[in-house]
Structure formats: structure tokens, C-alpha cells
Design a protein around this ligand. Structure first.
Ligand code: 5GP
Ligand code: ZN
Length: 138
């Protein structure tokens, strides 16, 4: 637990939230500024900043809760699909430094675009593949 962390405070009930679900290790509540109705955040009860410093057990518990809630939320708000999103560190869009996964209902024609993509240049994919594989633990 971090005394200043707003999501720790939400988990402890010190800040109100619209709780959707909780179990021993995780807590899920409505995002206060939803992309679409039903936008839900899933957090571990143990404080960690993001995926990098989280305990594997906490991460697994979060993913299990996301797996449980995604179909429930999609059905409940009659969505046409769901995005699962997670921002890690400031330059990846993380604002609240307590690990959280977004469950975002999507509706036909809602107009939200994901990131733009473009193909690798000749030979680039091979060098990126090598860079990443060289960093894999043996
Ligand atoms: P991030 O950009 O860090 O991935 O997303 C943080 C999310 O937390 C944002 O979508 C924001 O609307 C939500 N949020 C920030 N403060 C609060 C709060 O006090 N209560 C709730 N329910 N959501 C919050
Ligand atoms: Zn926290």
C-alpha cells in the first residue's frame, strides 16, 4: 500500500468508487472519465506502479479478473467489442501510478481509432527480432 496513491485509497474505501467486483487480490471499479459507458479499471490490491515492478502473482490475478469481467461488461452494456488496454510509464500514457488494466467497451460506429501502423522497412524486422531476443533471459 502507498499512503498517497489514489487507487490504494479506492481499494481501501477511503475514496468512493463505483465498485464492480472484488476478490482477495483484485478490485474493479468504473473509470471516473469513461471512454465509453462501462469503462472499468482492474487493479491489484497490492500496490505496484506498473507491469515492471508488479509481482507475477498480482499480475496473474489481475488478468484473471479481466478475463472474468470482459464478457460480463460487454454483455451488460450491449457493447459490440471490448478493448483491453494498459499504460505503463508516463510516455506510454500512464497517469495514475498504480498498476491498472482498462476494460473499454466499444460500440459500432463510436469512431475511436487505435494507433496508426506502418510496415517495417526492408530488413528492419529481422534486426528488431534480434535485439529483443538478445534481451530474453536465458
Ligand atoms: P492511465 O492513463 O493512468 O492509464 O489511466 C488512469 C485512469 O484513471 C483514467 O482513465 C482516469 O479517468 C481514471 N481515474 C483517475 N482518477 C480516478 C478516480 O479518482 N476514480 C476513478 N474511478 N477513476 C479515476
Ligand atoms: Zn497504489
Amino acid at each position: 500500500m502507498s499512503a498517497e496513491c489514489i487507487f490504494c485509497k479506492i481499494v481501501k474505501g477511503e475514496i468512493p468508487s463505483f465498485k464492480i467486483y472484488e476478490d482477495d487480490a483484485t478490485f474493479a471499479f468504473l473509470d471516473i472519465r469513461p471512454v465509453n459507458r462501462g469503462h472499468t479499471l482492474v487493479v491489484p490490491k497490492n500496490h505496484s506502479r506498473n507491469i515492471f515492478d508488479s509481482a507475477v502473482e498480482d499480475w496473474l490475478a489481475v488478468t484473471k479478473t479481466v478475463r472474468k469481467l470482459a464478457p460480463v461488461i460487454e454483455k451488460a452494456v450491449k457493447a459490440d467489442g471490448i478493448n483491453i488496454n494498459m499504460n505503463n510509464r508516463e510516455h506510454a500514457g500512464q497517469v495514475v501510478d498504480h498498476l491498472h488494466v482498462h476494460i473499454i467497451p466499444r460500440f459500432k460506429g463510436d469512431g475511436f481509432k487505435l494507433w496508426s501502423q506502418s510496415p517495417y522497412k526492408e530488413g528492419e524486422a529481422v534486426s528488431v527480432q534480434k535485439e529483443i531476443k538478445a534481451h530474453l533471459p536465458q
